[in-house]
Design a protein around this ligand. Sequence first.
Ligand code: SF4
Length: 210
Amino acid sequence: MKPTEKTPILLERLHEAHPDARYELNWSTPFELLVATILAAQCTDERVNRVTATLFQKYPGPQALADADSTALEEDLKPTGFYKQKTKAVQAMSRALLSQFGGEVPRTVDELVTLPGVARKTANVVLNTAFNLASGIIVDTHVARVSQRLGLTKHDKPEAIEEDLMRLVPQEQWTFFGPATVLHGRYTCTAKKPKCAECIIRDICPRVGV
Ligand code: SF4
């Protein structure tokens, strides 16, 4: 089956399995989602949510994070791992957001990726999730793995995978496809020992590399 034939079936099954698919990071403003997404690198969403529950009360907005004492902030971010780099990244991003955008999270990928520590994936997470803008498709480790195993892409680089997916998935489905595929990858098509026997798309999956 060709990728163009597979994709509508995949979308239908994902809608059945994850009708309300959403990114699992907690946030109440676009800025909070931006920070949480930076903290989620090499860390589980669950752990990030535990940290941000108090972090966002302590530092409510970019000015507070930019002005924060770095040593104290490192302690706050320690449970998310790589806390020294993350402290630097979050503070540099907050300062740039204040100086370049008056503290407001911009609504385009091109503007977002000018912020330190913000790559295309993070930009898409914020635009797809906080603004419901179909700016592109979120390609994280889960989306990359599922897309490769399903034979939707032969690429390894996130940008190239995203281009393949944007050609296959209708744009009005982009904001759904990313979070739904993240959930499929996180809970079924896991990196080690994927649960193929109980997978909702096993009949259309060539299981490339499994
Ligand atoms: S059949 Fe297996 S490899 Fe294919 S998507 Fe499902 S879990 Fe992943």
